[in-house]
Design a protein around this ligand. Structure first.
Ligand code: G3P
Ligand code: CA
Length: 266
């Protein structure tokens, strides 16, 4: 991994397309990822799970119910079952102002399809979801990244970033690969006198911490930055909130609303 060309420069502020350009198109579809690239987001965020037959697919929820016309648990469905679902029409119904005919019939993408389409033209910020329900996801992921040359030494550091709420999943990643950048997601970040201790634990294996902006204070950002951790905040959908945290020293945001935030930040 090439540190000279790092994408994780702490002086840069990153705009991570949360589930793609998910205000403008159905989340985790090719349509949403294409828009995110057009809007020049720094990263495509991909929530990853394994189908029943072991294929890496991009979908946020544990079930397909909210974001497709089907129902069922992702890890209990085969790829062929998942591929039959329409992952776009729900968006047109829920957000008529944003509806587009091309969203009808969008599929749940596999990670391989995403990489086939975008290759090295984008940067990937991949989350291993619920590793306890997706056993072996880390091994599959690294295998696929390797096969697609996305772990090559010549690529800039941060071409692929791995995030998880599961420390176990990140430690598994670290044991399989010595340098791939890891982000620990914290649902309930520790603040106050214990904050430093927790962040130092994270610093042992991760380059940064991702957390919910409404659960932290400026002191948290300062402590994390002082010990060399990046701070990425979700889900920031207004320019005002984005600017506030940029000012406070955060290193980036996950946003559904790229066009409403990015132009104010660069
Ligand atoms: O990965 C950052 C943020 O997306 C975490 O929350 O539930 O949207 O995956 P979630
Ligand atoms: Ca996520």
């Amino acid at each position: 991994i090439n540190k000279e060309k790092t994408l994780l420069d702490p002086n840069k502020f990153l705009v991570i397309a949360h589930r793609g350009a998910s205000v403008n198109a159905p989340e985790h579809t090719m349509a949403a990822y294409r828009l995110a690239r057009e809007m020049e987001a720094d990263y495509l965020e991909v929530d990853l799970q394994l189908s029943k037959d072991g294929v890496l697919v991009a979908i946020h929820d544990l079930t397909v119910d909210r974001t497709t016309n089907g129902s069922g648990i992702v890890t209990e469905m085969t790829l062929s079952e998942l591929k039959q679902l329409d992952a776009g029409s729900w968006f047109n119904k829920k957000f008529p102002d944003m509806a587009k005919e091309e969203f009808v019939g969008q599929e749940i993408p596999t990670l391989q399809e995403i990489i086939d389409e975008f290759g090295e033209s984008v940067n990937y910020y991949i989350e291993t979801k619920k590793p306890e329900k997706n056993e072996g996801i880390e091994d599959e992921l690294l295998d696929l990244l390797n096969k697609n040359n996305l772990l090559d030494e010549s690529l800039p550091e941060g071409k692929v970033v791995i995030q998880s709420f599961s420390e176990e999943s990140l430690l598994r990643m670290r044991s399989l690969h010595p340098t791939i950048p890891l982000i620990q997601l914290e649902r309930d970040p520790v603040l106050g006198p214990e904050a430093k201790k927790r962040l130092e634990e994270i610093r042992e294996y991760a380059v940064g911490v991702g957390t919910y902006f409404e659960k932290i204070d400026e002191e948290f950002v300062k402590i994390a930055r002082d010990i060399g951790l990046l701070v990425h905040l979700y889900t920031v959908n207004t320019a005002e909130v984005a600017e506030k945290w940029k000012e406070a020293g955060a290193n980036g945001i996950f946003t559904d609303n790229i066009s409403g935030t990015l132009p104010h930040l660069k």
